[in-house]
Design a protein around this ligand. Structure first.
Ligand code: NAD
Length: 397
């Protein structure tokens, strides 16, 4: 056992400490949202969540557990405390979800390691077989800067560059809290290939084949990876850039997997296009934190704001939950980004965006909420937590 007082250590879009009690409180708040949408008598649900410890994957796991009593296996890559330093937020989030699952008689099993490796896939399949028997749903929610190809050993690095042209745009410097013009050079072919190698569909394809081969996908099983499209404002850096190229690859791969699932287990594979939210992954993308600060202000004012848990509750209740029929766009994608992309919301973004300056960004956007939301990802600035009290750094998952 190791107790310590934990304070935030933040540099730009990185925080190197995490508060166990704050993370637990965040998870409990999400559980409450999902429990309020509980579907009684909806039947059993068994879920594998790949990328289950933070952001959208964590919210999906919580939604499945708290809405349907789902049993779940979660895969993630997190660091536990070494006794002196805190672990990562995803470790504490998982410990909190696991505690909830144990208290409520839900199956919860965890695999902490590199999901891209054969070894972790093997371990996960063994755990799915022994704890769940088979799965009805696979949520694929990895976000990573690099991937080692398990067959060739090649290391792919993901980059955030435009393609073809230099991008000059507005962004916020999270250290100095000033609005800057950022210039991002176009990606090299190597950069594009690397990003597709990490965030494209190759790894999802390996997971699907491994699950099929092991006979672990139940009749009618669904595989749901996540994507983002966003408004034209962010396209040069997102959808038309390296990461967008990877997402297109993921979407094409998902269509191929859909064919395989239909013909084997009568299942479905569909991308869910989610809205922009504050996560560790999105904080690293130029332009996006400022866009999210403005988006949150506008969506909150209109009463249509959603965090990952509200998005995932909607994913299950309107689309992929037991007995649900997904509604999809012309490309076979579930669109949870409908409220973000609603015309009047984006019109307001387009009007305000060009007027944002260092002097007025706090008034025009909800940057303070962004900053707080970012700190909360690490368990800080959470109501009801006493940050001067020592807290236990070790936890069970
Ligand atoms: P996140 O950083 O909060 O979560 C990433 C998860 O992946 C964590 O559980 C982490 O442990 C896990 N992970 C990373 N590398 C791993 C590895 N090698 N092995 C095992 N686990 C690993 O990210 P997020 O923002 O929730 O993104 C999840 C997905 O949602 C991504 O596909 C992202 O593109 C998509 N998405 C995000 C947003 C957004 O605004 N954040 C919007 C739409 C779609």
């Amino acid at each position: 056992m190791a107790e310590a007082v934990v304070k935030p250590r933040i540099r730009g879009f990185i925080c190197t400490t995490a508060h166990p009690a704050g993370c637990a409180s965040n998870v409990n708040a999400q559980i409450q949202v999902a429990e309020a949408a509980r579907k009684d008598g909806a039947g059993s649900l068994r879920v594998l969540v790949i990328g289950a410890s933070t952001g959208y994957g964590l919210a999906a796991r919580i939604a499945a557990g708290a809405m349907y009593g789902a049993g779940s296996v979660g895969v993630f890559f997190e660091r536990e405390s070494n006794g002196a330093k805190s672990g990562t937020p995803g470790f504490y989030n998982t410990a909190a979800y696991h505690r909830y699952a144990m208290e409520n008689g839900l199956i919860s099993a965890n695999v902490n390691g590199d999901a891209y490796s054969h070894e972790i896939k093997r371990k996960t399949l063994e755990l799915v077989a022994s704890r769940l028997g088979e799965v009805d749903m696979v949520i694929y929610s990895l976000a990573s800067p690099k991937r080692t190809d398990p067959d060739t050993g090649e290391i792919y690095q993901s980059v955030l560059n435009p393609i073809g042209e230099t991008y000059v745009g507005k962004t916020i410097d999270l250290n100095r809290e000033v609005i800057n013009e950022v210039t991002v050079e176009p990606a090299t072919d190597e950069g594009i290939r690397g990003t597709v190698g990490v965030m494209g569909g190759d790894d999802l394809c390996l997971w699907s084949e491994a699950l099929l081969e092991a006979g672990l996908l139940a009749e009618g099983a669904r595989i749901v990876p996540f994507s983002y499209i966003g408004p034209a404002l962010t396209w040069p850096i997102y959808r038309s850039g390296t990461i967008g190229r990877a997402k297109e690859h993921l979407e094409r791969t998902t269509k191929a997997i859909e064919g395989r699932l239909r013909s084997t287990v009568g299942g479905r594979a569909m991308v869910s296009v989610n809205k922009a939210v504050i996560t560790q992954a999105s904080a690293a993308i130029p332009v996006v934190p400022l866009y999210i600060s403005l988006l949150y202000r506008i969506m909150r004012e209109r009463g249509v704001h959603e965090d990952p848990i509200q998005q995932m509750v909607r994913l299950f209740s309107d689309h992929v939950g037991p007995g649900g029929t997904p509604s999809v766009d012309g490309e076979d994608r579930i669109r949870l980004d409908d409220l973000e992309l609603e015309a009047s919301v984006q019109r307001e973004i387009d009007t305000v965006w060009p007027t944002i300056t260092t002097e007025n960004f706090r008034a025009l956007t909800d940057y303070d909420a962004y900053k707080r939301g970012f700190r909360q990802l690490f368990g800080f600035e959470v109501d009801g937590v006493d940050y001067d009290e020592p807290v236990e750094l070790e936890a069970e998952i």
